[in-house]
Ligand binder design. Structure first.
Ligand code: SF4
Length: 195
């Protein structure tokens, strides 16, 4: 049987700048949506990134729970729904571990709900931020959201729908990872830091 893999650009763990609480965040490599003004144009191409075994990523997620007491995972990119099988496997495993799943997609919730390939991923998603980034509509109030046209959808009862952390100011994180300095989070309203 072929091992399931994901093309991953980067992983941050633990992070508190990519969703509520302490999280394991994975940036998927590849996005065909290509929104003008996207902060991660280097993630458009499906080449680049690192081919990672999903079973290894699941183990890393479980270790992150043990070592850092993460409360959830964040799937972003790039476009996680373009690697739906891998994203679903990661999200389903997170739910099994008692973690919450936050998914960022440039597709709208309607597009995702009417695409049978995304059904299992949506079933394993607690919070969805949907829709393409619109650089003419920067978001200045809702934390972790790039532009005002993007939606915030609470899809399960595993998370608080009135979580006050969505109203707090954005943050950035700087870390030294394997000899490389990385920055993630949102430095200014409507602008996510490139990973
Ligand atoms: S903002 Fe998101 S959906 Fe839009 S091009 Fe960038 S990665 Fe893709």
């Amino acid at each position: 049987m072929t091992e399931l893999t994901a093309n991953i650009a980067s992983i941050a763990c633990p992070t508190e700048a990519e969703g509520p609480g302490r999280r394991w965040a994975a940036w998927f490599q590849g996005c065909a949506i290509r929104c003008p003004g996207c902060c991660n144009p280097h993630l458009f191409s499906t080449t680049g990134g690192t081919k990672r075994s999903v079973s290894t990523l699941k183990k890393e997620m479980a270790m992150a729970l043990e070592d850092h007491a993460i409360e959830g995972i964040t799937l972003l990119g790039g476009e996680p729904t373009e690697q739906s099988e891998a994203a679903t496997a990661l999200a389903s495993h997170a739910i099994k571990l008692g973690l919450t799943v936050l998914l960022f997609s440039g597709r709208t919730i309607h597009e995702l709900q009417t695409d049978p390939r995304q059904r299992n991923l949506l079933d394993a998603t607690d919070i969805l931020v949907d829709g393409p980034f619109d650089q003419s509509k920067p978001e200045t109030h809702r934390r972790w959201i790039g532009s005002t046209n993007q939606g915030l959808h609470f899809l399960s009862n595993r998370v608080r729908h009135d979580d006050p952390r969505w109203e707090m100011p954005n943050t950035i994180e700087v870390r030294l990872q394997n000899g490389r300095l990385t920055v993630n989070g949102f430095p200014i309203p409507g602008k996510r830091f490139p990973i």
